[in-house]
Design a protein around this ligand. Sequence first.
Ligand code: UD1
Length: 430
Amino acid sequence: MEQYAIKGGNPLVGEVEIGGAKNAALPILAASLMTDETVFIENIPDVRDTNVLMSAMQDIGVMMKKEGRHKATINAANINTTVVTNDKLKKIRASYYLVGALLGKYKEADVVLPGGCDIGSRAIDQHIKGFEALGAEVKIEFGRIRAKAEHLRGNHIYMDVVSVGATINVMMAATLAEGKTIIENAAKEPHVVDLANFLNSMGANIRGAGTDVIRIQGVQRLHGSEYMIIPDQIEAGTFMFAAAITKGDVTVKNVITKHLESITSKLLEIGCEVKEEDDCVRVVASKPLKHTQVKTLPYPGFPTDMQPQITVALALSQGTSIVTESIFENRFKYVDELIRMGANIKVEGNVAVINGMKKYTGASISAPDLRAGAALVLAALAAEGYSTVDDIRYIERGYEDFHIKLQGLGAQIDLIETERDFQKFKLKTG
Ligand code: UD1
């Protein structure tokens, strides 16, 4: 079983290039089956989640030709079924985007129900409510979500909770519905906007993405397009916090600084220097970190996907910090691992009270989910001594070449498989 071996203590210094946004790539790939014409997509991150989705799309007859690691030509003219059973899909959350895409185009979809990270109950009632409002009959049976409609008709839909997934799914189906759909209380995340831009580039008529009211005038068909996916806000934020946690100096390149505002503002608050340029941002952590309070919120609030990374930083700050998780109820599971590394954190419900300490010490730890896994790697990089991190398959779901990019910043981290590999790593870095 692959693990990361890490020797901590080096400040990370240098430049790192950010890839395409996983959470934009997933709906954009799914939406590319909504036209029979050819679509060309650039900046697809080469991570497990996108690869699993692409392979499930190939299984139903979508032609997918990759050019290098990050570009693909996609043609969905010869889809032979709307039943998607690829077992691997259960492992990724975004499998449900195939429901919105297939339902929009073929008025029916039958897709294996999603899994993804175990970070709390992840209801899909708002997706179902949206599909039903458009006239579909939706059933959950045999571990699948089945949706079917004679006709899809636009409607006025109020989302009871702000949901990225439901906003995206309903937007896709409504694009090929008859008439006008209004989604109120819509999610405003950059990837929602990116999908809307992609659909519009295929001939859709979507306005208001990025605000909480999205208006969609249904069109009869979509055409081919060439599109480049936005940079990954969370990958960028993770490397920005890597600088803070390791007391380093990291320039994060190929970003949209506007998408990073909530992250930048917290880094400034805890005493880091942040210098923004057109498409890069430099984070320097030369002073002791200060404590703060943070609550995760839908965009433009502080992202829940950055909550473990800021917690890892605040455990090294001076004073007492409070982190409140308001999106997913089960997102502090990694804290036990941090405590084993010396952190002083108490979790009560959805609130973590963090008393700052001087330094982590290395330990054998496991990644409980994607973002927490990455955050634990950052803790190990700041720690005194050696750590191993296992279950790194979670990290590989969403970070391309994570350890290689960290090595580029001077981190002592390697992929290992056996105890012997670990001993060799110790000899090399000792
Ligand atoms: C997406 C992201 C994930 C991120 C999350 C919040 C992808 C593939 N994943 O997940 O990385 O952490 O947004 O920014 O893009 N909810 C309901 N009913 C629903 C749908 C959601 O009650 O029908 C609740 C969820 O339980 C959660 C909250 O709404 O408490 C937000 O979930 P949502 O925005 O839908 O997250 P995902 O789209 O699953």
